[in-house]
Design a binder for this molecule. Structure first.
Ligand SMILES: Cc1cc2nc3c(=O)[nH]c(=O)nc-3n(C[C@H](O)[C@H](O)[C@H](O)COP(=O)(O)O)c2cc1C
Length: 124
């Protein structure tokens, strides 16, 4: 007897067909370098979800401009073109697994809790 699981069926979202309805919620996991660049660990983290069958990966809240607040230590940033290039690697590896990927832009603004202040850095 064949059974169809709706969760595992493809779904069209705008112009993109997701291979299933399983999505990874954006979660800052602090695996980037201290200044926000891609690391091997951060790349492996996302690729592992894609290999596990997740249809849509929403990359954690990523700081687009340091002037708008720095976010948490080792959270992702894309204020440097080199960091954007780094993301291309994740995108390719995730797509190779048939998953889709988007990136959440974070504008920290007044939510900047001073993680990057001298005082907090000394406590780390
Ligand atoms: C460690 C951690 C980091 C998170 N980072 C983000 C984030 O970058 N962006 C975001 O929108 N939500 C973030 N969240 C919230 C999760 O996405 C949220 O908890 C998840 O969507 C589950 O939803 P719920 O809390 O309503 O059950 C984070 C949650 C955790 C536990």
């Amino acid at each position: 007897m064949s059974q169809s699981y709706e969760l595992l069926n493809p779904i069209l979202v705008g112009p993109v067909t997701l291979k299933n309805r399983i999505a990874l919620a954006p979660m800052v996991v602090m695996l980037a370098s201290p200044d926000g660049a891609l690391t091997k660990r951060s790349m492996d983290y996302y690729v592992r979800y894609a290999r596990g069958g997740v249809g849509l990966i929403i990359v954690e809240g990523t700081v687009r401009d340091e002037k708008e607040g720095k976010g948490v230590p080792s959270g992702f940033a894309i204020h440097n073109i080199g960091y954007v290039t780094g993301f291309n690697k994740i995108v390719k590896l995730v797509k190779d697994q048939g998953a889709s990927i988007v990136l959440q832009i974070a504008i920290i603004g007044q939510g900047d809790l001073g993680w990057d202040s001298e005082e907090v850095r000394k406590q780390r």
